[in-house]
Design a protein around this ligand. Structure first.
Ligand code: DC
Length: 220
């Protein structure tokens, strides 16, 4: 599909800072930002709401295909219902790998994601540079140690006034890392042509500066 703007992909594991970094990169470059994880979260949330079995791939894919399930700006909507705040509830996190390991669900979500890139986009996720946009103009992959990523998540929860139990967070982040990296479809890994940035101990603004500088340096 012809696009009128560049596609920049920012992948990485839980808590590597993808969303915060991508949002700022998008602002600086005047592009829309799309957080692809919102669609996986929304499918898990709808499945729990409707009592759809997480072991039923066809039923999960049918949820992912619902035309009214869409990302609009930084929100995920089910028609006129805004699901964004619900989909970050902790119980959703435990159900994500059942949803994201299903190829049919991934294909339905990928179709929606590709429709959002017509004017250029900064998109964050796990497989955006490898599967969703293998032809992206720039690809980045953010990493950080498990300890640092748990620290960041705990700080994020504390800022929102939510309880943050370090031990259960370490367990959850470690489990999701394993599920994301070891699944057979679209596993979490850098694209061969991605710039890998280790963000351990690096302030967010420096990561943003590095990405923006890379894009500007090689823009025609
Ligand atoms: O980025 P996040 O933690 O909000 O993503 C939620 C889940 O969705 C994550 O555990 C893995 C899955 N996901 C995925 O498999 N592929 C993507 N491109 C984005 C998210």
């Amino acid at each position: 599909m012809a696009r009128s703007g560049p596609v920049i992909t920012i992948d990485g594991p839980v808590g590597a800072g993808k969303s915060a970094v991508s949002q700022r990169v998008a602002e600086r470059l005047g592009l829309p930002f799309v957080d692809s994880g919102l669609l996986y979260r929304a499918v898990a949330w709808l499945a729990l709401e409707r009592g759809v079995a997480l072991t039923d791939p066809a039923a999960l894919a049918a949820l992912a295909e619902l035309p009214r399930l869409q990302i609009v700006g930084d929100r995920v909507l089910d028609g006129d219902r805004d699901l964004t705040t619900f989909v970050h509830q902790p119980e959703i996190n435990w159900n994500l790998s059942a949803v994201s390991s299903q190829p049919e669900v991934r294909e339905a979500i990928n179709r929606k994601l590709r429709q959002l890139a017509g004017g250029g986009v900064v998109m964050a996720g796990r497989d955006i540079g490898t599967v969703v946009f293998p032809d992206a103009d720039w690809k980045f992959f953010l990493t950080a140690s498990l300890e640092e990523r748990v620290r960041r998540r705990a700080a994020q929860f504390q800022r929102r006034g939510e309880p943050a139990d370090q031990a259960s967070m370490t367990q959850e982040v470690g489990d999701r890392d394993r599920a994301d990296s070891e699944r057979s479809v679209a596993p979490l890994k850098p694209a061969p042509d991605a710039v890998v940035i280790d963000t351990d101990g690096v302030p967010l603004d420096e990561v943003v500066d590095q990405i923006v500088a890379t894009v500007r340096r090689s823009s025609r």
